[in-house]
Ligand binder design. Structure first.
Ligand SMILES: Nc1ncnc2c1ncn2[C@@H]1O[C@H](COP(=O)(O)OP(=O)(O)OP(=O)(O)O)[C@@H](O)[C@H]1O
Length: 318
């Protein structure tokens, strides 16, 4: 995790894949303690708290105020994207933006991130099946977008933190970077020059707990739950198709065939770094499912990362 994030130059995706009940949520979240401090410090912690810890530790080692992190937490349920941070505890939509303040060590921030994640985890769709009593019925995606202030702006110290992160300044930097604009910024944005030469850099870290692939005969689901299983299996096969197209370097990669692959497009294609944790059951009963998961992993291993397009400051603003 640390080496992937170190220079904030690549988009990174870490996902857990496997049949239902094989341990994906355990791998990504860890033991689901009520105490978020334990979730971050516990030796049995999952990849999401570990990654959050590492990310904020790295940022705390950089010059003060040089990075900003935005987080989104969504679930893809029945091929629909649902924003879990925009809901209250009862699941009703509230649409409130929540702020997490960065601290000097980064640990407190990671704890707050886990607090937010834990608070919305219970809103994720679950349903008991014959294979797993607490089966997740959706893909759970945490996206941390890191915006790094350009080195020029930092060196010159001409833009205060508040001014730099103001939406107007970021919008101005974004439009300048996408349109090669050399025209001066006419807005009262305090110091246009640094951002003309070096716009802020944006990179994404996506942490994904996929819903489990499922043999419908074994899980014994019917009705609406059967429909959920079918959506899960179709989106996982869309993911497999995308990896197949990337592995074969086909000119068209079918990212848009499902909401899952569309959402992950930036972090599974191009020069992004993708790490897949395969979860398999230790029992013989699920041999077919385990072989299917290993087949998925073998396919993913054939994907070669494109040569880095991003040299120094040439990162793409979205
Ligand atoms: N390595 C592990 N150590 C201890 N318990 C584990 C481990 N892996 C999984 N478990 C336990 O097994 C059960 C199923 O795991 P989990 O919920 O992570 O599966 P899943 O793959 O996410 O399932 P689904 O796709 O159906 O949601 C949980 O009770 C979990 O705590």
């Amino acid at each position: 995790i640390r080496s992937s994030l170190l220079h904030f130059r690549y988009n990174v995706c870490i996902m857990a894949y496997g049949q239902t009940g094989s341990g994906k949520t355990h791998t990504m979240i860890g033991s689901q303690s009520e105490d978020p401090t334990a979730a971050v410090q516990d030796s049995h912690q999952g990849i999401i708290p570990k990654a959050a810890n590492e990310l904020f530790k790295l940022i705390s080692e950089k010059p003060a105020d040089s990075h900003m992190v935005e987080m989104s937490v969504v679930e893809v349920y029945n091929n629909e994207v649902l924003d879990l941070l925009a809901r209250d505890e009862g699941g009703a939509t509230v649409g409130v933006k929540r702020e997490v303040i960065t601290t000097s060590t980064g640990t407190t921030t990671a704890v707050k991130v886990m607090q937010l994640i834990n608070s919305v985890l219970k809103l994720r769709s679950h349903c008991p099946t014959l294979v797993h009593m607490d089966s997740s019925r959706s893909h759970f995606i945490v996206t941390l977008t890191v915006t790094s202030k350009s080195p020029d702006a930092l060196a010159l110290g001409r833009v205060s933190q508040k001014e730099w992160w103001s939406p107007r300044c970021r919008r101005a930097a974004s439009s300048r970077s996408s349109s090669l604009a050399s025209s001066p910024c006419h807005s009262p944005c305090p110091s246009p020059r640094p951002s003309i030469t070096q716009p802020p850099l944006k990179t994404k870290l996506q942490l994904v707990d996929l819903a489990g692939s499922e043999c419908v005969g074994m899980s014994g689901v019917t009705g609406a739950v059967l429909w959920e299983s079918s959506c899960i299996n179709r989106s996982l096969s869309a993911l497999s198709d995308v990896l197949g197209a990337l592995a074969e370097r086909r000119p068209h990669v079918p990212y848009r065939n499902s909401k899952l692959t569309h959402l992950l497009q930036d972090t599974i294609g191009g020069d992004a770094k993708l790490l897949i944790m395969l979860c398999v059951s230790p029992t013989q009963r699920f041999l077919t499912e385990s072989l299917q998961s290993l087949g998925f992993g073998a396919r993913a291993r054939q994907v070669q990362r494109e040569p880095p397009r991003r040299k120094n400051t040439a990162l793409k603003m979205k």
